[in-house]
Design a protein around this ligand. Structure first.
Ligand code: COS
Length: 384
């Protein structure tokens, strides 16, 4: 996309966030759902197809461009971004990065238009951080695979049209190399859903268990056509997803900083605005440092990702920093708001809970630290 067209798109998304999404935040909170008309507007704007190449009906944005739009969507309740998140990111990218031409032609146009939502099914009751230990089994039976197992915390599962599912297809191969990625249409018999998860925050974002009970898919549905490559696909998808989430965290850091500054300028105590007190200024300044450093890291790592550099460790560093940073910024925002910040009527209370998930999903902070440290030690010639 040329830079002028992109600038127009970014301005449109910015306006959409300010004029349509932010005013609907309370409604999402009350109804625990994103209104259908907003989802329709997101479709209209092409938001489901951000990361899907133009030849398959998407906008084909670079990671740097996608990050700028996700930054905008980060400035509002996360439930909105969550509607498109799995289709733009972890649900579709396996097909985009590793799919065969036929798989791309079959699935990507409908995902890009928002006709179908994609969902990413990796996590299981026994396999969270240790993703290579998944047990969901895919047993070869002639031209098909029979899938049995349970997946946990699967975002957008009940509204998904298709799952990118990680399962163990090579039962005698333990760990990462025994895993394949499958395209599983959501209407395949044998798929059932658990009750919606009741979460600390992020109301309106849906996740639940998904059970696969003798679900039959053609062998041709293995992403890329070759078994045993699913774990690497999952890791590559997560690299991209972690940049996306870092941009989301950064958007929310900036929103919370703006709310904190406004409140500090308006709220009077001891006869003056609390923003005139140096201890409050310290809170604002520290949040600005966190927000600015986050923006800079996201822009840098996204640009290097687009240039084809091997940036997994710096992606981990960015996800780690930006998600921890927004936690600090949210905590300071509550502090600046004082007693009011602890009350449900103020959005800082809600966002404080919402951002907590960023340090956990798509790899906890501790997993990001592990990725960073392993890379350092590997580069130093030490294998762990
Ligand atoms: N890109 C490409 N390939 C990658 C990769 C990446 N970012 N990360 C790992 N791989 C490859 C490795 O090169 C290795 O392949 P080879 O054996 O051919 O060299 C293979 O994948 C296994 O990697 P590794 O040995 O590092 O796997 P581990 O089991 O030690 O796990 C971590 C690595 C911990 C990083 C991984 O399990 C992880 O990211 N866990 C968190 C999972 C997660 O984010 N869950 C959230 C749920 S999804 S919302």
């Amino acid at each position: 996309m040329d830079s002028e067209t992109f600038a127009l798109l970014r301005d449109t998304v910015r306006r959409f966030v300010d004029e349509r999404l932010i005013p609907n935040e309370d409604r999402v909170e009350d109804e625990d759902a994103v209104p259908e008309e907003i989802i329709a507007e997101m479709r209209e704007l092409g938001l489901f197809g951000l990361s899907i190449p133009e030849q398959y009906g998407g906008l084909g944005l670079t990671m740097a461009e996608e990050a700028q739009l996700i930054f905008e969507l980060g400035r509002t309740a996360f439930a909105f971004r969550s509607v498109i998140g799995t289709t733009v990111g972890i649900g579709s990218q396996g097909i985009v990065m590793s799919g065969t031409e036929a798989q791309k032609r079959d699935w990507l146009p409908r995902l890009a238009s928002g006709e179908l939502l994609a969902s990413f099914a990796l996590t299981e009751p026994h396999a969270g951080s240790d993703a290579a230990s998944i047990r969901t089994a895919a047993a070869r039976d002639g031209d098909v695979y029979r899938i049995n197992g349970n997946k946990r915390f699967i975002t957008n599962a009940p509204r998904a049209g298709v799952f990118t599912l990680m399962a163990r297809s090579e039962k005698d191969v333990p760990g990462a190399k025994g895993i394949s990625a499958f395209i599983v249409p959501a209407d395949t018999p044998g798929i059932s859903f658990g009750r919606p998860d009741r979460k600390m925050g992020q109301r309106g974002a849906i996740s639940c268990d998904v059970n696969f009970d003798d679900v039959v898919v053609p062998a041709a549905n293995i992403i890329g056509g070759e078994p045993g490559r699913g774990f690497v696909t999952a890791m590559q998808v997560l690299d991209r997803g972690r940049i996306h989430l870092s941009a989301l965290a950064t958007g929310m850091s900036h929103r919370l900083l703006g709310m904190s500054v406004r409140y500090a300028a308006e709220r009077q105590q001891f006869g003056q605005a609390i923003g005139t007190f140096q201890l409050v200024q310290g809170l604002l300044a520290d949040s600005r440092v966190d927000a600015y450093a986050s923006s800079t890291m996201v822009a840098d790592v996204a640009r290097r990702y687009d240039a084809g550099e091997q940036v997994s460790a710096d992606v981990a560093a960015t996800k780690y920093f930006t998600s921890e940073a927004v936690g600090r910024v949210a905590d300071r925002a509550v502090q600046v708001h004082g007693g009011a910040g602890y009350m449900r009527e103020y959005k800082v209370e809600r966002f404080y809970r919402d951002v907590r998930l960023l340090r956990i999903y798509e790899g906890t902070s501790q997993i990001q630290q592990t990725i960073i440290a392993r890379s350092l030690l590997r580069d130093a010639g030490l294998t762990t």
